[in-house]
Design a protein around this ligand. Structure first.
Ligand code: FE2
Length: 214
């Protein structure tokens, strides 16, 4: 009997540790709490989940147009650099930047995952990659993604430096009247605030920049 009591006490203690580490039971695994210093420090680009909608083997957008099938939505442009480290002395040339996001209504094309060979070509949209040039610069044009099932507007990104590890992250976008803010979203609340893109609305299309630091 004594052994069962001890096992029970150990289980309760372990559950307590799990709550301290992960937050209340049922809290999303990505919802780690950042300190104020971590929130404001962009540093090396933070990794977050690729989520359930990654399709591998998508094609390159040589002209940087992520929306060649002209799905409706508000146009935007995102540009920046890929660097190794925290200063700008080591630009990463020829890095692959994979991009995938929903349409303006919050649906992925396809709403699934796996390799592209699982899908018809016409079912694939708002997915593909661009490459950095010799200075580490990249640029792409697309439309605002929509909100879906408790998520802020976001663009998934995977940066792959040739022969090295891949960085998986998300860029967060906001519009007035959105249902879920950057601070409430289960994924973005675990990211530094630099991941919330600031758009210049005076450019056509409106534009934002983000540097990926590996
Ligand atoms: Fe997503």
């Amino acid at each position: 009997m004594k052994r069962y009591v001890l096992i029970g006490v150990a289980a309760i203690l372990l559950a307590g540790v799990a709550i301290l580490v992960n937050g209340p039971l049922g809290a999303p695994p990505d919802g780690k709490i950042l300190t104020a210093a971590e929130k404001s420090n962009c540093g090396k680009t933070a990794e977050v989940t690729e989520g359930p909608y990654y399709v591998s083997g998508t094609a390159e957008f040589k002209d940087g147009n992520v929306n060649p099938t002209n799905l409706p939505g508000d146009p935007l442009q995102i540009s920046g650099h890929v660097y190794e480290g925290l200063d700008n002395s080591k630009p990463v040339a020829n890095a692959m930047i994979e991009i995938w996001h929903t349409d303006a209504t919050g649906n992925y094309h396809p709403n699934g995952n796996g390799p592209t060979t699982n899908y018809k070509a016409e079912d694939i949209a708002l997915r593909g990659f661009v490459k950095t040039d010799a200075t580490g610069a990249y640029k792409f044009n697309t439309i605002y993604p929509g909100e879906y099932s408790g998520r802020t507007r976001h663009i998934h990104i995977k940066v792959t430096e040739s022969g090295k590890a891949t960085l998986t992250t998300q860029l967060i976008l906001a519009k007035p009247g959105d249902q879920i803010s950057f601070d409430d979203d289960t994924v973005s609340k675990g990211l530094p605030t630099c991941h919330l893109l600031k758009f210049d609305e005076t450019t056509k299309p409106q534009s934002a920049s983000f540097d990926f630091r590996l």
